[in-house]
Structure formats: structure tokens, C-alpha cells
Design a protein around this ligand. Structure first.
Ligand code: ADP
Ligand code: MG
Length: 397
């Protein structure tokens, strides 16, 4: 259980609250049409809660990468419009992030009003975590709520700095993230399995390292399986291998041989002759990957073994797809793992990573999981056991 103070632990009635959310939503290319408003929806419980407490809300977020300058293509207006639709309320959109006009508007807000600041990254002080910018943001409000889990791994002014200038607490989304990710790492119901996949070992070394000590069972899939399979002494054909990570893979294999952790590696794989959706593909044992072919997914025997192992677990943490799930021919491993997790009745299932969340969303299984993290990079850093600056800056209960 996280010991960070939550919005539910404090009396915020009638306050003017600066709420940092993660509204860094995707747009249909070249338009101002939001293609996925999931992040806006994810903030609604906190915003509604605060409105019920008769707070005036000053909502802020970054959007895109404007690098400290005004960039017309990433103004917040389309986002505040969508927020207004979802809340069923007017949302006043500021044209600036801070300044005299913004302060004047903030001063006029009443309980139940909602105002959105302009993109925090229009200000060079945001990513620099500049104290002066933090103080100006803070001066707009009487309380600060951080609900931007997806940005909590950044020590920026609106995610970290501002918390030093105002009484602060975590929003409901941030609280939920800390509870599920934190409990899985600190106090999991056992047996605890961790499934790791995705493109590269190097992206996941920190997570592997941290989870190897905590999990009873590690299951490896995805492109990074190739490095492990090569470490076992097999030929992996054209699969990209991170040769500088072979030693790391071997050390994990040794630890599993000495009984320190149970490590499951693919027994068969789906391979293809090109990295292409329509490549020529076949299923082979890991010991006989043909020259010229590369690993694209786990095979059916592996699926069976992994699913059986998972079914015996009480907590399952999953990060990283089992194959190139974006292409139908190589999506089966990821699909079967997702369906197995979805079918578990009395296990806690916690998913992290942007692609993993996307894969499960495409399958329509998000609601069947105990928790799917809203933060890609932030969830990875959390699973690595690193403190998140945006969380650390909040006071304890
Ligand atoms: P997450 O965002 O969930 O942390 P990653 O970013 O580590 O996951 O990896 C996701 C990517 O890994 C996906 O785009 C997927 O296509 C790719 N991937 C999975 N398996 C393979 C493979 N065998 N070869 C190449 N890429 C793979
Ligand atoms: Mg990713």
C-alpha cells in the first residue's frame, strides 16, 4: 500500500485546485481530432470528485513535445473541448500557461468552475523544473493534486516542482496506480509470476533485475527471447540479438538453474523469413531455427506451458507483448496470454507498458484485468523499483 497522501485523505472543500493530469493524447495524423481519449476519461473520477467537493479546478497537462516554445499544432483547445463534452460542463481554455491574464482568470474562479491552462511544455521552465515557473503555477491555486501517473517519472515543474509550493496529494488515478503496481511488487499474493516480452532486453533489464528477486516465476517472450535463446547456445537465425546482453541473460539462466528463480523460456517459436506482415512463416523448436529466419512470436507448445504455469498463480504482472502482435500472423502468443489472464478468477493481474496495454485494448480485454497501467514509461520505471519524482514529491499520509 502506498503511503502517499491521497485526495481522499484531505479536506479540499472549496479550494482552488491545480490538477496535473496526463492529457498527452494521440491525434489523427495532421488533424486536431483526438484518436483516443482514454487519458481524458481516466482523469474524470478525480475531476468529478473535486467538483463534488465544490472546488474550482485549474487543470494542466503537457501535450506533444513543443520544447519550451509555442507550437500551434499542440495547443490544448481540442483537449479542453473533449473534456467539456465528457464532464458536461464548460471548460475555460487559457491561451497561456502562466502570466497576468491567467492569474486574473484564476482569481475569478468559483466552486464548480473548470479552467484549463495552455500546454505546460510551451514554457521552457517546465522540463527544466524551474523554481520560478513552479512558483507561478502554484500561485494560481491553493491546493495541488497530481493525477498524471503517465508523467510521474519526469521531474518537471508541473509534475514535481509545484508540489513543493502547495499542500498536495495524489489524485484517484495516481493512487490506484501506486496501489496495484506497488502491491504487486511489495506484497504480492503468491505464487507471483512475471511475464516479460517486448522488443529488447536492454529496455527491460531493470525490470527483469528487480522482478527476478521478487517473482516466483519469470516467463520470457517477445523479441528479447532471442537473446536468451542464443545464451542457451542455440542458433537464432536473423533474429536481432543484443550481444552485450548475453552475459546478463546467462546470469539469469544460472540463477534459475541454481533454483533461485524459476525461469521459463520459449520451447518453440514462430519464425519468419522477413520482418513483414506477409512474410513466409513457420513454427519450429528453438533448437532448429532455420538460417535466414527470425523469431516473431512464441509457438503453441510455449503458449501451453506458459498458460499452465500462469493458471497456478495468484498474482501476474505482464509487461511486453509475446510477439509482433500488430501483425495478425504473429499475434497469437500475445492473444493467448491475454485471454488466459482475463480468464483468471481469483488472481490479481497487473499490466504495464504502452504496447501491452494497446494489445489488450485491441482484444477488448482491458476490463477483465485487475489493473492496466495508464503510464508506459512511468510503469516501467516503477517496475524497475525506481522512485518516480512526481510521486516522491507528494507528502506521506
Ligand atoms: P511495452 O510498450 O508494453 O513495454 P515494448 O515497447 O517493450 O512493450 O515492446 C513492444 C514491441 O515489441 C511491439 O511493437 C512488438 O511488435 C515488438 N515485438 C514483440 N515481439 C517481437 C519480436 N519477436 N520481434 C520483433 N519485435 C517484437
Ligand atoms: Mg513500449
Amino acid at each position: 500500500m502506498s503511503d502517499k497522501r491521497s485526495v481522499r485523505d484531505v479536506d479540499v472543500r472549496g479550494q482552488t485546485v491545480l490538477v496535473r493530469v496526463d492529457f498527452n493524447v494521440p491525434f489523427k495524423p495532421g488533424t486536431s481530432e483526438i484518436s483516443d481519449d482514454g487519458r481524458i476519461r481516466a482523469s474524470l473520477p478525480t475531476l468529478r470528485y473535486l467538483l463534488e467537493q465544490n472546488c474550482a479546478l485549474i487543470v494542466c497537462s503537457h501535450l506533444g513535445r513543443p520544447k519550451g516554445r509555442i507550437d500551434e499544432s499542440v495547443r490544448m483547445a481540442p483537449v479542453s473541448q473533449r473534456l467539456a463534452e465528457l464532464l458536461g460542463l464548460r471548460v475555460l481554455q487559457c491561451n497561456e500557461t502562466i502570466g497576468r491574464d491567467v492569474s486574473a482568470l484564476a482569481g475569478c474562479l468559483m466552486g464548480g468552475d473548470v479552467m484549463m491552462l495552455e500546454n505546460t511544455r510551451f514554457q521552457p521552465g517546465e522540463e527544466a523544473n524551474d523554481a520560478e515557473f513552479s512558483r507561478e503555477l502554484a500561485s494560481l491555486a491553493t491546493f495541488y493534486i497530481n493525477d498524471a501517473f503517465g508523467a510521474a517519472h519526469r521531474a518537471h515543474a508541473s509534475t514535481e516542482g509545484v508540489a513543493h509550493w502547495l499542500p498536495s496529494a495524489a489524485g484517484l488515478l495516481l493512487e490506484r496506480e501506486l496501489r496495484f503496481l506497488g502491491d504487486a511488487l511489495e506484497d504480492p499474493h503468491k505464487p507471483f509470476a512475471s511475464i516479460l516480452g517486448g522488443a529488447k532486453v536492454s529496455d527491460k533489464i531493470g525490470v527483469l533485475d528487480n522482478l527476478a528477486d521478487k517473482a516466483d516465476l519469470l516467463l520470457i517472450g517477445g523479441g528479447m527471447a532471442a537473446t536468451f535463446i542464443k545464451a542457451l547456445g542455440f542458433n537464432v537465425g536473423e533474429s536481432p540479438v543484443e550481444d552485450d546482453r548475453i552475459a546478463f541473460a546467462k546470469s539469469l539462466i544460472y540463477r534459475s538453474e541454481s533454483g533461485e528463480v524459476r525461469l521459463l523460456l520459449p520451447d518453440d517459436v514462430v519464425v519468419a523469413d522477413r520482418f513483414n506482415a506477409d512474410a513466409d512463416s513457420r513454427t519450429v523448436p528453438v533448437g532448429s531455427i532455420p538460417g535466414g529466419f527470425r523469431i516473431m512470436d512464441i509457438g503453441p507448445n510455449t503458449e501451453r506451458q506458459y498458460c499452465e504455469a500462469i493458471k497456478a498463480c495468484k498474482t501476474v504482472m505482464w509487461n511486453g507483448p509475446m510477439g509482433v502482435f500488430e501483425w495478425e500472423a504473429f499475434s497469437h502468443g500475445t492473444q493467448v496470454i491475454a485471454e488466459t489472464l482475463a480468464s483468471l478468477d481469483d488472481a490479481t493481474t497487473v499490466l504495464g507498458g504502452g504496447s501491452t496495454a494497446e494489445a489488450v485494448a485491441v482484444l477488448g480485454l482491458t476490463d477483465k484485468m485487475t489493473h492496466v497501467s495508464s503510464g508506459g514509461g512511468a510503469s516501467l520505471e516503477f517496475l524497475e523499483g525506481r522512485g518516480l519524482p512526481g510521486v516522491e514529491a507528494l507528502p506521506n499520509r
